[in-house]
Design a protein around this ligand. Structure first.
Ligand code: AGP
Length: 607
């Protein structure tokens, strides 16, 4: 979705906004633009279709001096990808950027034209600009004009509006992400659609709730203030200290963020159990331990939904609570039978996925307790849920989610443990910690053997299609493995329950089709017989199976030995790391944009 950055502070405002936009490139976009108040107090705007670099090139040699600017990376929804439809959009003394969709934009166009407004673009965003412009022409001040216009529109949107006369930025949102930041020492104030853009620039960050107006002003005024739409002061925001010295924009020795994030997993796993058993997370788990729902609904999208399948197995195995996984985009329209005795659990890396937020809202309306398993503290999902479990994955830049999946599953396992009644049992806690450390160790071994996976990828990346198959606990891993490959290698891949292939899809098998077969120690014979069915039809077999299994190695074209010993319910998470590396290396051989795959956005804030 679109990226937004606004800044007011000492000189260099445009450079800071461009740096922030650079950090948001990972979210996916198709054009970029910036507006700033120049030395003559006039708004200047530059915007370009294509990569951010095109915008930077257009600013080359302009010797810009500005203390107040806003920038935008656009992921087109309404209107073609071109310079005119790029943001910011200007009219006289104001310029604005937008993330989201105005669902009733067309209701206002003809009236605005009759009031003398001339549209320049095809975007819904410009309708908001026109509403604000007309309201100011009718005598409302800057803040009132924005508030009045904002009340009229429908849909999930965040707007950041710059006024050259007052050198002020006002931001407001509903159902879309917005975060403000302040750095007292060098008295700068910022706003963005993603906290990640503010890392290192703001030592305190603020998450306003829906319909709270955030006013950013210059150093000689009140840097940052919050009001309700009616102008009264607002306290509807949460704030937290932001790590200043951590710079996630550094890939270190890795060629891609995705690979860096795959390699971060063992360390994150070891830290997670510490956080929940001897850190700030313990109180979070304590609250969860008191829940005793009749039915649990796990709702999410994409990779997060597949993590939900892994967590469902834990809740049903260890807690014997009926648990269903609901794709959020379906759940929200299914009119589900949910009530106060149930529990809604919402899984999300960003905490801003529109469908997941809508599903949570549905449960909240039904009086169902809602818990998040989320990465971004202060995100919309975090604020909307009654309890929150943080997955502690750190900033995940790669659009294709890797470490977040692992941390979601493991946080879900801790949730199950907390609800098992053993929460205070030190011996049981130690078992969990030891198993997490063992998992980290085994993943380290997989990472140490990355070259084996790379060699297999080189021999198989150019085939017609890919089936990831797994039975029972490995079915979610098959789904997730296929999604990774689709996302970054742009090849057709499907995750299938091994036992399902013979009910039709096996018709697709031929010598150009690859089967990545996940073979666990359980249901072994049945899984192996599924492999033989595919082999009999000339399918290429990459098997991920128990180490030292000569029979499996014999029947496979490629065999990746796995050491499952002692991992038990964590095995699917362990196997998944092999698939992460397989997808990464296949994509690398295909030469795709691994960190910013085409058509994708890191956080899908539209429906
Ligand atoms: C995962 O690799 C994808 N980027 C996508 O499926 C993602 O998991 C999904 O959009 C949900 O995002 P969230 O976890 O931020 O809610």
């Amino acid at each position: 979705m679109c990226g937004i950055v606004g800044h007011i502070g000492p000189q260099g405002s445009v450079e800071i906004v461009l740096e922030g936009l650079k950090r948001l490139e990972y979210r996916g976009y198709d054009s970029a633009g910036v507006s700033f108040v120049d030395e003559n107090n006039r708004i200047q705007t530059y915007k370009k279709e294509g990569k951010l670099q095109n915008l930077v090139n257009s600013l080359e040699g302009k010797n810009i001096k500005s203390e107040c600017s806003i920038g935008h990376t656009r992921w087109a929804t309404h209107g073609k990808v071109n310079d005119t439809n790029s943001h910011p959009h200007n009219h006289e003394s104001i310029s604005l950027v937008h993330n989201g969709i105005i669902e009733n934009a067309n209701d206002f166009r003809s009236e605005l034209v009759s009031k003398g407004y001339t549209f320049k673009s095809e975007t819904d965003t410009e309708v908001f600009l026109a509403l604000v412009t007309v309201a100011m022409d009718d005598g409302l001040d800057f803040r009132e004009a924005i508030a009045t216009s904002f009340k009229k529109i429908r849909g999930n949107s965040a707007f950041v509006v710059l006024n050259e006369k007052t050198r002020e930025i006002i931001a407001v949102k509903k159902g879309a992400p917005l975060v403000c930041g302040m750095h007292d020492k060098n008295s700068q104030v910022l706003v963005s659609s993603d906290p990640y853009a503010l890392v290192g620039l703001a030592d305190k960050i603020y998450f306003p709730e829906d319909e709270v107006m955030c006013s950013l002003s210059g150093a000689n005024q009140n840097l940052l203030s919050f009001t309700e739409l009616d102008g009264t002061p607002s306290k509807r925001f949460i704030s937290k200290v932001q790590e200043m010295n951590f710079d996630p924009t550094d890939k270190g020795d890795f060629e891609h963020y995705m690979l860096k994030e795959i390699f971060e997993q063992p360390g994150l796993i070891r830290a997670l159990s510490q956080y929940y058993f001897s850190g700030d997370g313990e109180s979070r788990l304590e609250k969860i331990s008191k829940l005793n729902p009749r039915h649990i609904y796990l709702s999410a999208c994409g990779t997060a939904a597949y993590a939900g399948y892994v967590i469902r197995d834990y809740l049903e195995k260890f807690n014997r609570i009926v648990t269903t996984v609901e794709l959020a985009s379906e759940f929200r329209y299914r009119n589900p039978i949910i009530g106060k005795e149930d529990l809604g659990v919402f899984i999300s890396q960003s905490g801003e996925t529109a469908d997941t937020l809508a599903a949570q809202g549905l449960c909240k309306e039904a009086g169902t307790e809602t818990v998040s398993i989320v990465n971004v503290e202060g995100s919309t999902l975090y604020r909307e849920c009654s309890e929150n479990l943080l997955i502690r994955a750190g900033v995940e830049v790669g659009v294709a989610s890797t470490k977040a999946f692992t941390q979601m599953c493991l946080t879900g396992r801790l949730m199950s443990f907390a609800m098992s009644g053993d929460f205070k049992n030190e011996a049981k806690r130690k078992e969990i910690v030891d198993k997490y450390n063992l998992l980290a160790e085994r993943i380290d071994e997989v990472l140490d053997n990355e070259h084996v996976i790379k060699e297999i990828a080189e021999l198989t990346y150019n085939k017609k299609g890919y089936f990831f198959t797994g039975r029972n606990h490995y079915y979610p891993t098959a789904l997730e493995g296929a999604l990774k490959l689709k996302e970054i290698a742009y090849v057709h891949a499907e995750g299938y329950a091994s036992g399902e292939l013979k009910h039709g899809p096996i018709a697709l098998i031929d010598e150009e089709m690859v089967n990545i077969a996940i073979v666990g120690p359980d249901l072994y014979e049945k899984t192996v017989s599924n492999i033989q069915e595919i082999k009999a039809r000339k399918g290429i077999i990459i098997s991920l199976g128990p180490k030292g299994d000569k029979e499996l190695e014999e029947m496979s074209d490629y065999y990746i030995p796995l050491n499952y010993d002692g991992l038990d319910e964590l095995m699917p998470i362990y196997v998944n790391v092999v698939n992460q590396l397989l997808a990464y290396h296949m994509a690398k051989f295909k030469g795709t944009d691994i960190d910013k795959p085409r058509n994708l956005a890191k956080s899908v804030t539209v429906e």
